[in-house]
Write a protein that binds this ligand. Structure first.
Ligand code: NAG
Ligand code: NAG
Length: 227
């Protein structure tokens, strides 16, 4: 069986989802889910499968994955040139299918919390995800039957959340804030400027601008654990 990992930040994101709904003037129920799945899962058979999303079999990150997790049997999909997990002789899963299951499970958690059905989602992805990786997330969401209203970079979501809760501190003087996010598999540093600006329609409005992003795709808790 495939053990599903719990997204850790769901409750907090559910709150942000309400705020996002306000901000983006979307009336539909929103669920914000993170694909930054935690490392502390107990006996997950497919560890860190998200590192394989949207990658060709010859990608160096796939080779790194093989060396880090030799217990997982990966086979190459001859058509797509991507890899799949061989669970048993009969059972294979692509990383997208595994993420689809995780998203579906996350949706059931969000539905329990919201006490209503959820179809629409805003999904956060790491800022460094490329187009193929973003497509893989969209494909996984489709498998889970979720309609993706938007993919949003997780550092942008963090900056947005910070701005919403610190609205009172934002004035006409530009303030720069650095967000530093070291997770289990990667590290991202983002510099954001907050400032109120004059708009024609609504007068002074708070605004955020992402000034710069730096990252290391492999620096994280896992790397430290392995050394
Ligand atoms: C999603 O999860 C529900 C239970 O919450 C299950 O009934 C359904 O079959 C799952 N759908 C998919 C596509 O995995
Ligand atoms: C804006 O707020 C910061 C602190 O939040 C303060 O130091 C600064 O003086 C304020 N600037 C203006 C123009 O009010």
């Amino acid at each position: 069986t495939v053990r599903r990992q719990r997204p850790r930040r769901l409750l907090c994101w559910a709150l942000v989802a309400v705020l996002l709904a306000d901000l983006l003037a979307l009336s539909d129920t929103l669920a914000v889910m993170s694909v930054d799945l935690g490392s502390e899962s107990m006996k997950a058979t497919l560890r860190y499968f998200q590192h394989l999303l949207g990658k060709q079999a010859d990608n160096p990150h796939v080779a790194l994955y093989r060396s880090r997790f030799p217990e997982h049997e990966l086979i190459v999909d001859p058509q797509r040139q991507t890899v799949r997990f061989q669970i048993s002789p009969q059972l294979q899963f692509s990383p997208e299918e595994v993420l689809g299951m995780v998203l579906n499970y996350s949706r059931s958690l969000a539905e329990d919390f919201a006490e209503q059905p959820i179809k629409d989602a805003v999904i956060t992805v790491p800022a460094f995800f490329n187009q193929a990786e973003r497509r893989a997330v969209l494909q996984a969401a489709r498998m889970a039957g979720l309609k993706v209203l938007q993919l949003i970079n997780d550092n942008t979501a963090t900056a947005l959340s910070y701005g919403v809760f610190r609205r009172k501190d934002i004035n006409s003087t530009a303030q720069n804030v650095m967000f530093y996010d070291m997770g289990s598999g990667s590290t991202v540093c983002t510099i954001v400027t907050y400032q109120t600006v004059k708009t024609k329609e609504a007068g002074m409005q708070p605004q955020l601008q992402i000034r710069g992003v730096g990252f290391d795709r492999t620096l994280g808790g896992l790397e430290m654990e392995l050394r």
